[in-house]
Design a protein around this ligand. Sequence first.
Ligand code: SF4
Ligand code: SF4
Length: 357
Amino acid sequence: MDAKKRRKIKYFGPGVPNEKLRHKILYKYAKNVVFPYDDAVMQGFNQIGEHFKFIQKTEFKSEEMKHKYEPAFTSMFSKSDNMKKLFVGLFRASTDCRPYLKEIKKTGYIENNKCLVESYPNEELYAEIIRYLKEKYPDVRIGYTKIPIESVFLSRPVLFEYALVFIQEMQKDKIDKAPFQEAGAEVMRIYAELGAVTNEIASILRAKHLVKCQTIHPAGGDVNLPQLAVKSGLGGFSKSGNVINKEFGSRLRISAILIQNKIFEYTDNDEHRWIQDFCNTCKRCVRECPTGAIYDESINVEKYIEGIGQHKKASDMEKCHSMHRRTVGCSICLRVCPFSSGADAYSKLKNVMKKQN
Ligand code: SF4
Ligand code: SF4
């Protein structure tokens, strides 16, 4: 994409002021950052700003669905504690790369931390992060991977090539109330909490271990977080495009810390690819989605991505967004998914698939 067209991309959503500045500095000065492909996918909030209205009427697929869910409304701002925490987290995440931007402006690159590279795979540090999370945030899991260029959003170059990926569970009893108030509040709680956890770990890594890193908040950023979660082996893609994890099913949110070097071993694996075959026998979310946002067959086939495979999608973001925005997260597709029914659901469903094949 030429520089003129790149400048025209409107920024809309989390961390906007910093993104404009970062975009300008990186395209002008940087030599060794990760630039997206010219035909990369747009970040979700940018898509909303570019292609459809932020405030739009929910189009229910049937009168029955309308009757069932029309009263669903969750006020984001009634959950002020989480909203404040969420915005503080977003601001921290979107401004934590400022020192590196200064370095780039001065020298054109960010200097490597040679000690960490030489002490690869830093097993003790990785174990320390896991221990810290287990004690303070037992519902968070991590993985480590290389970021595929295809996962970097259009016009959103990132500073670093590797990602420490986080997932956090949303409580079952709350998501079981979807799309009503309690489920919406849980979605906001996890956005806020996971954002804070990710910032906290990034601060520790920078202060104690001199790791150069950039936080991607769960509420939105520069890279496709579900793709990073799948590549790092934390789960597999479902029909609806959500990530399904062994322990949490599809009740999860994702964040990441982008890291300068390969300092940990990759956790990549493809053991969850069978999920898509299971989805083709299930299709419960297709039937239950009130706006018809999940299609029977995958309609958009995105690029083949090394380590992920063909990322097929069967969901319509515009249709979903009208309900998602209205109910602060909707989450009906997460509630009805059989993988979300408990910690042993994954292994039970895998056995069912094995018997069928
Ligand atoms: S969140 Fe899921 S169920 Fe709700 S509208 Fe979107 S795709 Fe449909
Ligand atoms: S509800 Fe069924 S089809 Fe939809 S994501 Fe879950 S397992 Fe897959």
